[in-house]
Ligand binder design. Structure first.
Ligand code: ZN
Length: 54
């Protein structure tokens, strides 16, 4: 239980098999923005790139 409480701090990360995994994608277009999640799609706040998520 004590260990799990720490995970709450890292809301953008996910722990898989004891490793921190980034729970977000870097924009493939500008490589600088982080794709923000919206219902049904993700979009880059920097360049405006968007991608449909199934
Ligand atoms: Zn971008």
């Amino acid at each position: 239980m004590g260990k799990h409480a720490q995970v709450q701090i890292w809301k953008k990360y996910e722990v898989k098999d004891g490793q921190l995994v980034r729970n977000f994608k870097l924009c493939p277009k500008c490589k600088k923005g982080i794709l923000a999640q919206a219902p049904g799609r993700v979009f880059c706040g920097k360049c405006g790139y968007s991608e449909i998520v199934k």
